[in-house]
Design a protein around this ligand. Structure first.
Ligand code: RB5
Length: 143
């Protein structure tokens, strides 16, 4: 199951991502928000992050206006590696190198076409399992 969340700035893109994933038969849990009324992004970033941390969700996707605030909030949860990505190369690289378990997107930065491509690449690319990358991830997790 994929966890997804956004603030008001990311709400419309979140809805597009949910529809896109559900069309592919992927089970999605929506942690809100549920309309375009102004809310605070930390609540939603951390709700998805905690679901990934606990294992309830295998990966998480979070969206705010820039993707910055919600990714910072998610990355405060231990064990979360949330990558803010706005290009296809980075979507692939962050799975292969960082084994990122969350993706953040900025709805005011990129359009839905590119965002959905990034989501697909992020969810379909496996970790490389290379020792040098695992060692670096271990160093992050030690702190
Ligand atoms: C909300 O106006 C905006 O600050 C938020 O969506 C995000 O861009 C924060 O980083």
């Amino acid at each position: 199951m994929i966890g997804i969340g956004s603030d008001h700035g990311g709400f419309l893109l979140k809805q597009e991502i949910i529809a896109h994933l559900e069309n592919k038969g992927i089970v999605v849990k929506d942690f809100g928000c549920y309309n375009q009324e102004a809310v605070d992004y930390p609540e939603y970033g951390q709700a998805v992050a905690k679901a990934v941390q606990s294992g309830e969700c295998e990966s998480g996707i979070v969206v705010c206006g820039t993707g910055i605030g919600i990714s910072i909030a998610a990355n405060k949860v231990k064990g979360i590696r949330c990558a803010l990505v706005h290009d296809c190369f980075s979507a692939k690289a962050t799975k292969e190198h960082n084994n990122s378990n969350m993706l953040a997107l900025g709805a005011r930065v990129i359009g839905p076409g590119l965002a959905l491509e990034i989501v697909d690449i992020f969810l379909s690319t496996p970790f490389s399992n290379e020792e040098r990358h695992q060692n670096r991830i271990n160093q992050i997790e030690e702190n």
